[in-house]
Ligand binder design. Structure first.
Ligand SMILES: [Zn+2]
Length: 355
């Protein structure tokens, strides 16, 4: 476990152990929480992948589901939308489970656990990824840096010169961490060209669905239909090729949102009701993105901005917490303990500034 995650888990365990989590769970019971997962993996990590943050060990996911089934009320995004329309309240301590991108592991590893605990989830799929036509660009970058035989490259991007060291797995991970924020800054039209250029420079071929490491594989449409028919899972939209929408022009933005909606309708049979903005931070979508998503018929859209869902939150800017790395972190998150601590810290600082 990386040091930063380890310290997050220790802090979470302290909040749970001290009783703050159960205090917050009672005090903040009217606020809902949305959790954002990506893929799951068997406990042993695949050494081919550099960034493991998107693939949570299935044993951790199972403990989180056991916690949610015992002490919280898992509801669907459709329940949240309906409650808003009717001005009704969600059950106390409501939690919504979501997954982004559409990994096969959602079907193979998460779905049996959702059924076992009778829980609902929404999976936001990048439809070109499921079609097997558009590999996720960030997976291509991860694999290119992981698979190259080169020991280092000098890379010019955004008027900066980066020396990317690739001699060891650790150096490759550090190079990935340096490169990703730069790539996310690029206009979408330049991004895929840049990834092509990177693969060329690193002398690796672009991956096909067949040679993706297991945790990175997309689910098939049959898997998506099977889950959708079960009633345990709703399929939502996450664009067609997973661009950061704020870096697209209006035409490309509309095309990405509508192509995704139309592919889901063609395969699943229903119009998807919900959407998640790729990357999802405040800089990754605009007012125009929200209008286009609404115009395309979606009823709600999720961000990756941390926060709790109360009546003041817009349905097209729903906050979500990133995947907890441990059951302690899940409890400190969904109970509201982390937020309570933040609020206390803020009021302490305010009080001190008045002295
Ligand atoms: Zn995504």
């Amino acid at each position: 476990m990386p040091l930063a995650l380890h310290s997050r888990t220790i802090k979470a365990a302290a909040l749970v152990g001290s009783g703050l989590a159960s205090f917050a769970r009672t005090r903040r019971s009217s606020e809902a929480t949305v959790l954002a997962f990506h893929g799951l993996c068997e406990d042993a990590g695949d050494p081919e992948i550099l960034d493991w943050s998107l693939h949570l060990p299935v044993s951790v996911f199972r403990s989180i589901c056991a916690l949610l089934a015992a002490d919280y009320k898992v509801v669907s995004l459709a329940d949240l939308i309906e409650a808003r329309m009717k001005r009704a309240r969600l059950p106390d301590n409501a939690v919504i489970i979501t997954f982004d991108d559409g990994y096969a592991s959602n079907y193979e590893l998460a779905y049996p656990i959702l059924k076992e605990f009778d829980l609902h989830a929404t999976i936001f799929v990048a439809t070109g990824f499921l079609d097997g036509e558009d590999m996720l660009w960030f997976q291509r970058v991860d694999l290119a840096l992981g698979r190259t035989r080169k020991q280092l490259i000098d890379w010019k991007i955004n008027n900066k010169k980066l020396r990317l060291y690739l001699g060891t797995r650790e150096l490759r991970q550090q190079s990935l961490v340096r490169l990703m924020p730069e790539l996310k800054e690029l206009p979408d039209t330049d991004l895929l060209r840049e990834v092509d250029r990177l693969e060329e420079e690193l002398e690796v071929s672009s991956p096909t669905p067949a040679d993706l490491p297991t945790p990175m594989r997309p689910m098939t449409w049959e898997m998506a239909c099977d889950m959708s028919l079960s009633g345990h899972v709703d399929i939502g939209g996450h664009t067609h090729t997973h661009p950061i929408l704020a870096r697209c022009d209006s035409m490309a933005m509309r095309a990405e949102i509508c192509a995704c909606r139309d592919r889901i309708r063609a395969e699943i049979g229903d119009l998807p009701a919900t959407f998640a903005y790729p990357n999802g931070s405040a800089d990754d979508f605009t007012r125009e993105t929200m209008l286009l998503v609404r115009e395309a018929g979606f009823k709600a859209a999720c961000t990756t901005i941390s926060g709790r869902v109360n009546n003041d939150v817009s349905l097209f800017q729903l906050p979500r917490y990133g995947s907890p790395e441990s059951v302690w972190e899940a409890e400190a998150t969904v109970s509201g303990a982390f937020e309570t601590l933040k609020d206390w810290r803020r009021s302490c600082l305010k009080a001190m500034s008045m002295i």
